[in-house]
Ligand binder design. Structure first.
Ligand code: AMP
Ligand code: GLY
Length: 390
């Protein structure tokens, strides 16, 4: 089988790595890939947004595995929320507005903090947690009067509390194959301080989510959502990502994504024992697939460029990659004259394995210490939610 992976980050590296463990994947292409992916796949210089050239390439090479998905569940918060309301899938109470005055009045009548979500793809920047009416009004003004993200609507949502976790499932219509759970760490610095990022680390499994919690999330959230999309005439094919929260009132949905999470994928796929090609084929063509998982814990630490998520410099040489004992997924690197250099905000994802989460963390941090680069920083407390027993 010939497979084309589209993208060039840590997530795509983890997918390529899982594919390279399959005896069925004779040829793996990745567009555009990166310096690390190039060791395990043939990288093709086509941007991940250049859909026409990607299609032509896939046709020309006889690629057996392209996939498609009903991405509206991710791109429209309003669609996702209405679907959950209609099918009784637990989520925060909400109302949708396109009018500033009405939205502001609704916020005034309800409790604070409150959550405001721009309805549309806003590259993760469209969510504001407003502690005061002034903050809410300012955000509503940006979203509804000044159209800072474009012309859109706003979902005003009840503020929920509790630990967040990611539940990804392979989905083919009404068939759902759960993956093991993972947790992301959004803030830039230790102690969950600093600005929000694309994710600074992740780990799996999650000790604070019980087997009952997981069964509940599968039976009452993930499976009903797949069934709802099929019933609405937009059956889902691909990876359905549930961003869930364990609130005092039970597990609820924060968001859905129509893709593998990043960096969750980098700690989930290493735990996959089954052949990922069988799973992808079942997703794309229907049929059955086994999904068995390893018991070990995986914990990954992001090495990011100093300054990230703000401005940062690129082109710093990375040394010591050959001394690392575990896996390193490249998130933003480039080969330059035989050297590997930094080429993004998030640069490397170093994964440790162990019988327990503390052991996996030690393994990851040991490997982080073997990597030399003048312009990288990382968090040292990934997994602290699990370790503090919260
Ligand atoms: P989203 O883009 O919907 O995932 O929101 C980004 C982040 O905002 C989430 O990961 C949560 O930490 C936070 N968040 C979103 N919705 C809520 C909510 N209803 N209650 C509390 N926090 C939320
Ligand atoms: N780690 C969060 C996401 O992939 O959306």
């Amino acid at each position: 089988m010939k497979v084309l992976v589209i993208g060039g980050g840590g997530r795509e590296h983890a997918i390529v790595d899982a594919l390279s463990r399959s005896p069925q994947a004779e040829k793996i292409y990745c567009a555009p890939g990166n310096a690390g992916i190039a060791r395990q796949a043939e990288c093709i210089a086509i941007k991940d947004t250049d859909v026409e050239r990607l299609r032509d390439f896939a046709v020309e090479k006889g690629i057996d595995l392209p996939t498609k998905s009903a991405t509206r569940i991710e791109s429209s918060k309003d669609f996702a929320k209405e679907l959950m309301r209609k099918y009784g899938i637990p989520t925060a109470a909400f109302r949708t507005f396109d009018n500033y005055e009405e939205a502001s009045a609704y916020v005034k009548a309800g409790p604070l903090p409150t959550v405001l979500k721009y309805d549309g793809l806003a590259a993760g920047k469209g969510v504001v947690i407003a502690e005061t009416q002034e903050q809410a009004d300012e955000a509503l003004r940006d979203m509804l009067l000044d159209n800072k993200f474009g012309k859109g609507r706003v979902v005003v949502e009840e503020f929920l509390t509790g630990p967040e976790f990611s539940f990804m499932c392979f989905v083919s219509g009404t068939k759902v194959w759960p993956m093991v759970l993972a947790q992301d760490h959004k803030r830039a610095y230790d102690g969950d301080k600093g600005p929000n990022t694309g994710g600074m680390g992740a780990y799996s499994p999650l000790p604070f989510i019980t087997a009952e919690d997981e069964a509940y999330a599968l039976e009452h959230i993930m499976k009903p959502t797949a069934a709802a999309m099929a019933a609405e005439g937009c059956p889902f094919e691909g990876v359905l990502y549930g961003g869930l929260m364990k609130t005092p009132q039970g597990i609820k949905v924060i968001e859905f994504n129509a893709r593998f999470g990043d960096p969750e994928t980098e700690v989930v796929l290493p735990r996959l024992k089954s052949d990922i090609v069988d799973i992808f084929r079942a997703v794309a063509e229907g049929g059955d697939a086994e999904t068995e998982w390893h018991d070990f814990a995986a914990l990954g630490v992001v090495l990011a460029s100093k300054g990230y998520p703000g401005a940062y410099d690129k082109g710093f040489e990375i040394k010591g990659l050959d001394k690392v004992e575990g896996a390193v997924y490249h998130m933003g690197t480039k080969a330059e004259g035989g050297k590997v250099v930094t080429a993004g905000g998030r640069v490397l994802f170093v994964v440790g394995r162990g019988a327990t989460i503390p052991e996996a963390r030690e393994a990851a941090l040991r490997d982080v210490g073997r990597i030399e680069c003048d312009n990288l920083f990382h968090r040292t407390d990934i997994g602290h939610w699990a370790l503090s027993g919260k």
